[in-house]
Write a protein that binds this ligand. Structure first.
Ligand code: TRP
Length: 335
């Protein structure tokens, strides 16, 4: 860790295939941080259970798929620790101990919890589980277990980071300054539009996945929503209302983007041609990731080995932290 800026922990629930919105919004930034920070990346399967405990049969496959997406996007097991949360049972003990100092009122007030209980499917009519209420405590345990000082996340996770900091302060107050207060690091990337022009999201069924083939990507780009006032070749367009233009800005050269803007507005450039060009540029940028993904998907033995090695490295750190916590809480009388 010498010479590095500190330690990072971040994670994601294994909820399904990742898309280019995840890549541009999160994974690209995580991959770029690996040289400067000592990085731990966690596949949070227990967190996925808080709302999906009736869907465990597909969990092993979802874990494998997200591991493949991560490695294809550049998370490098040689430089970072990639692991599955449930492979490190120490998280459960720290979750329990942090729970002792966490007031229930803090958890009930958490906006993500309030949102979940208002909007979530009720699995069997029994209402939200104890595990869901404790979600931020489990996340705090994930972070402080590794004494991470930086947590790169999306904006939706800020309430959880704030709770982590509050839990840390309360814990340190009672038991001594064991844990650093972690800082959230927000990625400033604007949302990537999906093929219907709304924010790209698995739940809108509008995503371009890292697991898609070149043909699927080209097909999706062809069907992308465009400026509704530009119906035929020759109609003047409004690039700022067009998701295809957002792709041009993301993946084309600045000089060409300026040209496209002028040619779209004058009506000279039609949507079909413009989409074909955007599609080509997109594939140049993410094609290598898709290629690497296909290679990894064909070598699941390697992927599983990476996760086993990662669990070993994570458990070594976790054991040290827990020994310290038990001693601070006088829970080590027989050790
Ligand atoms: N709650 C995060 C999400 O839904 C996943 C997560 C679990 C996480 N543990 C974490 C994120 C620790 C950052 C740090 O995406």
């Amino acid at each position: 860790m010498l010479g590095k800026k500190g330690r990072i922990l971040s994670g994601h629930r294994p909820t399904g295939l990742l898309h280019i919105g995840h890549y541009e919004g999160t994974l690209r930034a995580w991959a770029a941080m690996q040289d400067d920070y000592d990085c731990f990346f966690e596949i949070a399967d227990w967190h996925a259970l808080t709302t999906g405990y009736d869907e465990t049969a597909t969990m092993p496959e979802r874990i494998e798929q997200i591991a493949i997406d991560w490695m294809a996007a550049g998370l490098d097991p040689e430089r970072s620790t990639l692991f599955v949360q449930s492979d490190v049972p120490e998280h459960a003990e720290l979750f329990l101990l942090l729970g002792m100092v966490t007031p229930v009122s803090w958890l009930e007030r958490c906006p993500t919890y309030k949102d979940q209980i208002a909007n979530l499917r009720d699995i069997d009519g029994a209402g939200p589980g104890f595990g869901l209420l404790g979600y931020p405590v489990l996340q705090a345990a994930d972070i402080v277990m590794y004494k991470a000082n930086v947590v790169p996340v999306g904006e939706d996770q800020l309430p959880h980071l704030e709770l982590t900091r509050e839990i840390v302060r309360r814990f340190n107050n009672f038991f001594g300054g064991i844990f650093p207060e972690p800082e959230a690091l927000l990625s400033d990337f604007a949302a990537v539009p999906g093929i219907d022009g709304r924010k790209m999201s698995k739940s809108y069924d509008n995503a371009i996945n890292l697991a898609d083939s070149v043909d699927e990507v080209a097909k999706k780009m062809k069907s992308m929503f465009t400026d509704p006032e530009k119906l035929r070749m020759g109609d003047p367009g409004h690039p700022d209302r067009c998701p295809v233009f957002t792709y041009q800005r993301m993946y084309n050269t600045p000089a060409r983007v300026d040209e496209i803007k002028v040619q779209c507005e004058s009506g000279e450039l039609g949507c079909v041609k413009c989409k074909a060009e955007a599609s080509e540029r997109l594939l140049e940028a993410v094609g290598p990731i898709m290629q690497r993904r296909a290679e990894l998907a064909a070598d699941l033995g390697y992927v599983r080995q990476v996760l086993r090695d990662g669990a070993g490295k994570a458990r070594a750190v976790a054991a040290d932290t827990l020994a310290e916590v038990r001693a601070a809480m006088s829970l080590d009388s027989t050790s």
